[in-house]
Write a protein that binds this ligand. Structure first.
Ligand code: UDP
Length: 401
């Protein structure tokens, strides 16, 4: 099949270059690569966000990345991109009108890409699938008036859910949220993200350490719960906590939230046991995960969560907030433990108990790797997605015939 992936703000090239990449960049890059390995032709459409980008690049795994002119050729925060999605969609429609560029199926990533894809698909009669990656209703519940999303986001997301040919949800919690929003269950297929189990392995080098270690990783934003992990360390007196993440290529001290975390550690009296190592290139991450006795992830909410899955693939048990995608990836008591979000005392006591029980951790480590490899491999995800693509493309050609 010729598959078009639309990812308006998250370019897979950022993930391949190892700079400033969030989960969506990595997901799109790894999905595109796997689909190519399965023999598909893949083109990723992302917004031109710098003037010197080529129109089209072939990324090393063999997929094309097309930079779509929509809005200023400069960085624009994703919450401000909505006015450009009409133009993005019109550009795609024109492109896909040429037989040589016309895909068999479109897979949009994030709701704004869904809008652009639907605009284009209406004019070209192409089937569209959509992965939200994050839902506005969840964000609004947690951020309230500080939510910077466009005010109509939830309405657009509901509309998209019922108009695209299939929604690809990443976990059971998302399915529940979507059905509560009014998206029909028959519209939804569940295909979790994959993890690169060739990169994240238990075997290999580990960063040196001198005492028991818990590790947490991700973008330094309040909703990831680093402040709770730091406070939890009061209950874990003999261990250190490594925090991986920060502004790419710059020290953590240059990040306002990073500075706040340093203050949280000082106030909690644990500053001497918190190591904020900043952003780590993806290729270096396995060495960091392997160095830890436990990985901890304590978000308020988490649409999917790649970092715990990466740690599991690297053989590290995960203590996670019982929210979102983590309810599926972490099996409580088997591959790690689930704890309530925003409860540092509970988290701290759980970490202390597990750190004291080496046998239990060894069992969890083996189960974690096994689960990551057997349930979250990219070949499996690509196979399931291909079935979804074929089903919507088949339905469309049947309808036309
Ligand atoms: N990551 C990285 N270097 C860092 C911190 C994170 O490469 O210093 C990667 C990490 O490996 C993961 C992604 O960034 O693949 C974050 O994805 P996740 O789903 O955990 O969170 P998101 O950023 O999408 O909310």
């Amino acid at each position: 099949m010729h598959i078009a992936l639309v990812s308006e703000h998250a370019s897979p090239l950022a993930a391949l270059g190892g700079v400033d990449a969030g989960g969506q960049n990595i997901h799109v890059a790894e999905l595109a690569a796997e689909l190519v390995r399965c023999g598909h032709r893949v083109t990723v459409y992302t917004r031109r966000d710098a003037p010197d980008l080529p129109d089209r690049v072939t990324a090393r795994p063999g997929f094309a990345v097309v930079h779509v002119p929509a809005g200023p050729a400069d960085h624009v925060p994703k919450d401000d991109l909505l006015p450009y999605m009409g133009g993005f969609g019109a550009w795609l429609a024109e492109r896909w009108a040429a037989a040589s560029e016309r895909p068999d199926v479109v897979h949009a990533h994030f709701w704004m890409s869904g809008l652009a894809a639907l605009t284009a698909a209406r004019r070209t009669d192409l089937p569209v699938t959509l992965t939200y990656h994050a839902l506005g209703s969840v964000k609004r519940r947690h951020h309230g008036t500080r939510d910077t999303s466009p005010p109509d986001r939830v309405g657009y997301e509901r509309m998209l859910g019922n108009r695209v040919d299939r929604v690809v949800a990443q976990c059971r919690d998302e399915v529940e949220e979507l059905t509560r929003m009014g998206v029909a269950r028959r519209q939804i297929a569940v295909v979790p993200s994959g993890v690169d189990s060739g990169l994240f392995t238990p075997e290999g080098q580990a960063v040196a350490r001198t005492c028991p270690r818990v590790l947490t990783a991700g973008r330094l934003v309040p909703r990831k719960g680093f402040q709770d992990v730091i406070r939890a360390m009061r209950w874990v007196p003999d261990a250190e906590c490594v925090i991986v993440g920060g502004p790419p290529g710059r020290p953590v001290a240059e990040d306002p939230f990073g500075r706040r975390l340093v203050e949280v550690a000082r106030l909690a009296g644990v500053a001497d046991r918190i190591r904020m190592v900043g952003a780590v290139p993806r290729a270096e991450l396995p060495r960091w995960y392997r160095s830890a006795d436990l990985m901890v992830t304590a978000p308020w909410y988490e649409p999917f969560g790649l970092t715990p899955l990466e740690a599991m693939a690297a053989g590290v048990p995960v203590v996670a907030s019982a929210v979102g995608g983590l309810l599926d990836t972490v099996v409580d008591g088997i591959t790690g433990e689930l704890v309530p979000p925003r409860d540092p005392a509970h988290l701290g006591r759980t970490l202390r108990r597990l750190l004291a029980d080496r046998e239990r951790r060894l069992g969890m480590s083996a189960a974690a790797t096994d689960r990551a490899r057997s349930r979250y491999g990219w070949p499996r995800a690509a196979e399931q997605l291909t079935a979804v693509y074929r089903s919507v493309a088949g339905a469309m050609s049947g309808a036309v015939a």
